[in-house]
Ligand binder design. Structure first.
Ligand SMILES: Cc1ncc(COP(=O)(O)O)c(C=O)c1O
Length: 449
């Protein structure tokens, strides 16, 4: 039964192994780790091992993992087929400066499965996948401008990270949002980014038309995790498809996260054919991966060295055999029946969370689809990044009641995303979903009013 290990004190506990490890880690790693998203105050728990839906920390505390490495573990931890594929591959070939059959097999699976993908090129992260997809748009059109949604996260590459979390003092007018670049980006990066408010069809159309002559591509994630798992509306993506086709720009879907929304891709659920799709996370079976996929003619023009590829594409670990083997095993086991079963678990979770809010009388909103779920402690209707910022300004604790819900769950054996989300895996059972819901209800009851 997940929860506190025998004798372990509740989190946070300054005497725990995690607390001590964090102190030691801070001497060699700024902040104690290598990834901002895994830090939570006062110290993150350090993981020791995982199996299926569960993880154990270094203090021996067992929890249900509802983060699944930010969605990349579609089968949870150490699925036997994935472990076996990695072990077999590791004994044959770990990395090599030649292509391998494993790369062909994973590419075949993706091309067969994803409607908009006729060719694919691998890289090592979602960040790289988005970066190459945007370079593709610029290389093919010879134009500089990339449009993206205000507040949407697409990884850390310079163009993609413009206006991911712009400060209200700098974000400009609502009908002409300023492009605000990340600190550390090269000067001028934001000049070639057009920022669109989420789901505003008419404004989006006007802005795109105004900049059409310079527009290389529009980047959009069908469901934006850091905008409370807000989904694009069919009208908005249809407008993006129409307007990009009209001015000869590329429509780029970021399905690094959102691939979980549809067995044939989120684009197939929306019935939209993007020109290029950025992929990552689940297609690597838990190992580092990214990929760019798209229409055969575009992809061949961009990447085929026999035709004088338009885009330089190197990477020492691109399509490395270990990742390819893990990705193939994971994706082969994630068949349509597994997808449907997992989505039903997501529906059960969302229904249970809505009930928990109702029964406890707490304000809250449940968002998401398929295996991705958002839980926010506010009834406010959030439609755009600016709505979200205004809501948080009015009540800074909405994400997880200032971490109290997150900590309440951590101490009831459930590890949720600290920003208020849960990502399920095929290792979850209906009974576990009910346990998560009970833990949420119990935590909600114990929150201060
Ligand atoms: C929508 C989206 N795009 C891109 C990325 C970047 O992927 P990676 O962390 O593999 O670089 C992420 C990561 O969470 C993401 O959610």
């Amino acid at each position: 039964m997940p929860g506190q290990a025998g004798g372990a004190a509740p989190f946070p506990d300054p005497l725990s192994r995690s607390a001590v490890l964090h102190e030691r880690a801070r001497r060699v790693l700024p902040g104690g780790n290598s990834r901002h998203s895994v830090f939570f105050p006062p110290y993150p728990v350090y993981a020791a091992r995982g199996r299926g839906s569960r993880i154990w920390d270094v203090d021996g505390v067992e929890r249900l993992d509802c983060v699944n490495n930010y969605s990349s573990l579609i089968h949870g931890h150490c699925h036997p087929a994935v472990v076996d594929a990695i072990a077999r591959q590791a004994s044959e070939l770990i990395s090599v400066a030649l292509p391998t059959e494993s790369e062909v097999k994973l590419a075949e699976l993706l091309v067969e499965r994803l409607d908009a993908v006729e060719r694919v090129r691998f890289c090592n992260s979602g960040t790289e996948a988005v970066m190459f997809a945007l370079k593709a748009a610029r290389a093919l059109t010879g134009r500089p401008l990339i449009a993206k949604i205000e507040g949407a996260y697409h990884g850390s590459a310079e163009t993609a990270s413009v206006s991911t979390s712009p400060d209200p003092a700098r974000w400009g007018e609502a009908d002409a949002p300023s492009a605000v670049q990340d600190s550390g980006s090269a000067p001028g990066v934001a000049q070639d980014v057009l920022v669109l408010p989420m789901n505003d069809v008419e404004l989006g159309r006007r802005l795109i038309r105004r900049h059409a002559a310079r527009l290389a591509g529009v980047l959009v994630d069908p469901m934006v995790k850091n905008l409370a798992f807000m989904a694009v509306t069919p009208e908005f993506v249809s407008m993006l498809r129409e307007e990009t086709a009209r001015c000869g720009a590329l429509l780029v879907f970021d399905e690094v996260y959102s691939l979980r929304l549809g067995f044939h891709g989120a684009h197939s659920v929306l019935r939209i054919e993007p020109d290029v799709v950025a992929l990552g996370k689940i297609i690597g079976g838990g190992l580092p991966i990214g990929a760019v996929g798209g229409r055969a003619d575009l992809m061949d023009e961009l990447f085929d060295p026999r035709r004088g590829a338009k885009l330089a594409h190197a990477g020492t670990f691109n399509a490395n055999p270990l990742t390819m083997a893990a990705g193939l095993a994971a994706m082969a086991h994630f068949d349509e029946a597994a997808f449907d079963r997992l989505s039903a678990l997501g529906d059960r979770l969302r229904a249970g969370l809505r009930d928990a809010l109702r029964v406890t009388g707490r304000p809250g909103t449940v968002t998401g689809a398929a295996s991705l779920t958002g839980l926010f402690m506010t009834d406010a209707r959030i439609r755009t990044y600016r709505d979200l910022v205004a809501t948080v300004a009015a009540d800074p604790q909405i994400m997880t009641r200032g971490g109290a819900l997150f900590r309440g769950l951590l101490n009831r054996g459930v590890f949720m995303g600290a920003q208020g989300f849960m990502v399920l895996s095929t290792a979850n059972t209906p009974a576990e979903i009910d346990r998560i819901v009970d833990a949420v209800a119990d935590s909600l009851r114990s929150l201060p009013a």
